[in-house]
Design a protein around this ligand. Structure first.
Ligand code: ZN
Ligand code: ZN
Length: 588
């Protein structure tokens, strides 16, 4: 490429810059159309952005159309986007003169003497750190999607704001394909499929955010859990079970009553003692640790539990299986010496990848979060642990990003997000080093030197929560689970009632071989039965008629295929077993 051509290339912007600039563009259009509206904040989120506005009436779909049209007009004008630096007072006066008191409040809350930056395009100026595109004409592919309401600063005592969500992409093609994925996501919504496939429900009589697993959903969950348990034993873990409630005092020692009480269900009185439902499993595993004197030779200890926890969430934020009030963590706690951290983390990372791949997730985003401003633990402890996490990540071959200062106050952590078939990322796995709880519970082991030492505690979850991970699986596979997870693996479709005896024979054979099999004995046409089985996303349909009964064979049809293959039962069974064993993913 010659240099002249290079100069003509428009600058390339990352998604964040494009989307953030688009949020400004939207705010400008809103201010032009509805001048009485006040602007607040407009951050970038996954796949798009939003902006929160203060006005009396919510935006309706007609408004969004108008705003989008105006945005396109402004974009076409190619207004220059200019960065200006202001000192604090100038900035406050500027936004006061514009009657934007939310912005004034934001500036007043900025705890620094650094100059304030703002960006101006045409008549519109917004407080912002940037960066931004150089001209509104760079914004070519955007769409406004939906509205909702939110509280200023997320606090219910504050004014209600009107939020508009939008998305923005570098090209029209990328926008189009994103909107298609969005449509597909609606069809795959786990709440919708959960009902259609009879997997789970919630009941008003039981209470919001508490899940009822129906037989079909339970079949999938059983397979998930059995696999999880077996693999934990193979990986050197022990499994434990702990109660669902405990005395308040335990949570005072752990610090949860002080720092986490708003998420804990209100206490109940049992014989004059206060108990709460457990929000976490950690203190229970610590109690098991403390039931014995531990030596350096005993470490590491790896204890895992499918532990059901209860957390109070406001009813407004509950969402299907993703935000609930009772859920089961695939939890584990490792207790080890400082010199064992790196190796333990590496083992956990490899284990995580194995489990996630088995469920069909092959793309990840990995984050290492380091020491935040407020933290417990010595400098040396943080350095050792963070170094161990880095060392393990490097050895694992995973690419990762460092989230500086985003660790928990008690230690550094690694988070893993998986990418689903619609290219959405789900936060699932987490590994956290903890210097805090071992101190609070005065845990110890006897070292080689004969003296007492504090063990290091590592919290980790692979799937995160069974409920959430299941919701993710439903959407990832659009309800068409791979054979090893499918609630019903094979359905038998006799052509007429004359074929019922043979159907019964095949049924017994498959059932006793451990296959999850059902039969459709309704008086319906075979074409209808096939369609119904396809809607139920059953991996295999066996059509049974005269030919099959006479030759003691079966006609096998896969859920995504038009073809039927005639084979004998033994061959079919061995094919099924291989597919189950290998956890084959049959996404077409
Ligand atoms: Zn901005
Ligand atoms: Zn824990």
């Amino acid at each position: 490429m010659n240099s002249e051509a290079e100069q003509k290339q428009p600058p390339e912007y990352d998604l964040e810059t494009l989307r953030h600039s688009c949020a400004h563009l939207m705010a400008q259009a809103v201010k032009q159309l509805y001048p009485e509206t006040k602007v607040t904040i407009g951050p970038v989120i996954q796949d798009g952005f939003y902006y929160d506005f203060f006005r009396e009436t919510p935006f309706v779909p007609e408004d969004l159309k108008k705003i989008e049209k105006r945005m396109k007009e402004i974009a076409k004008k190619g207004l220059e986007v200019k960065r200006v630096e202001l000192d604090r007072d100038e900035a406050i006066n500027l936004f006061k003169s514009m009657n934007e008191h939310f912005k004034v409040e934001i500036i007043q809350g900025i705890n620094s003497t650094d100059p304030i930056t703002a960006y101006t395009q045409g008549e519109f100026t917004d407080l912002c750190r940037g960066p931004h595109v150089d001209s509104t004409k760079r914004l070519k592919a955007f769409k406004l999607l939906s509205t909702s309401s939110a509280y200023w600063r997320g606090d219910e005592k504050n004014p209600v704001l009107q939020r508009i969500y939008g998305t923005c992409w570098p090209t029209k093609e990328e926008l189009k394909s994103y909107l298609e994925r969005l449509e597909e996501a609606k069809k795959r919504d786990h709440r919708k499929l959960g009902k259609e496939l009879d997997l789970f429900t919630m009941s008003e009589d039981i209470g919001p955010g508490l899940i009822l697993w129906h037989p079909k959903g339970s079949r999938v969950r059983y397979e998930m859990e059995e696999f999880w348990r077996r693999e934990h034993y193979k990986n050197g873990y022990e499994l434990v079970y702990t109660p669902h409630a405990a005395k308040v005092d335990l949570w005072k020692t752990s610090g949860h009553m002080e720092f986490y009480s708003e998420n804990i269900f209100s206490p109940m009185d049992v014989e004059g003692q206060e108990y709460v439902m457990k929000p976490m499993n950690c203190p229970f595993h610590i109690q098991i640790y403390k039931s014995h004197l531990r030596s350096y030779r005993d470490l590491p200890l790896r204890w895992a539990e499918l532990g059901t926890v209860y957390r109070y969430e406001r009813s407004g934020v509950l969402h299907g299986l993703l935000r609930v009030r009772g859920f089961t963590q695939d939890d584990a706690h490792l207790f080890c010496r400082e010199d064992q951290i790196e190796n333990e983390i590496l083992r956990v990372l490899r284990f995580i990848l194995f489990i996630l791949r088995s469920f069909g997730f092959l793309e990840y985003k990995v984050y290492l979060s380091t020491r935040p401003e407020k933290s417990v633990g010595s400098d040396q402890a943080w350095e050792t642990a963070t170094g161990a996490l880095e060392g393990a990540l490097n050895k694992s071959g995973l690419e990762y990003e460092v989230d500086a200062g985003e660790g928990v106050f008690y230690g550094p952590k690694i988070d893993i997000k998986i990418r689903d078939s619609l290219h959405r990322y789900w936060q699932v796995s987490t590994i956290q080093v903890d210097f805090n709880l071992p101190d609070r519970f005065e845990m110890s082991y006897i070292g080689e030197d004969g003296k007492a030492h504090r063990p290091i505690m590592i919290h980790r979850a692979l799937m995160g929560s069974i409920e959430r991970f299941f919701g993710c699986l439903v959407e990832h596979y659009a309800g068409a689970f791979p054979l090893w997870l499918a609630p019903v693996q094979v359905i038998l479709l006799p052509i007429t009632d004359q074929h019922f005896p043979y159907t019964e024979e095949v049924y017994e054979k498959l059932l006793s071989a451990g296959i999850r099999v059902e039969k459709d004995l309704r008086n319906e046409k075979i074409g209808f039965k096939i369609r119904e089985a396809q809607i139920s996303k059953i991996p295999y349909m066996l059509v049974l008629g005269d030919q099959e009964a006479q030759s003691a064979k079966i006609a096998v049809r896969r859920r995504r295929s038009q073809e039927t293959q005639t084979m004998d039962i033994e061959a079919f069974l061995s094919q099924l077993n291989t597919e189950i064993e290998e956890k084959t993913i049959d996404v077409s």
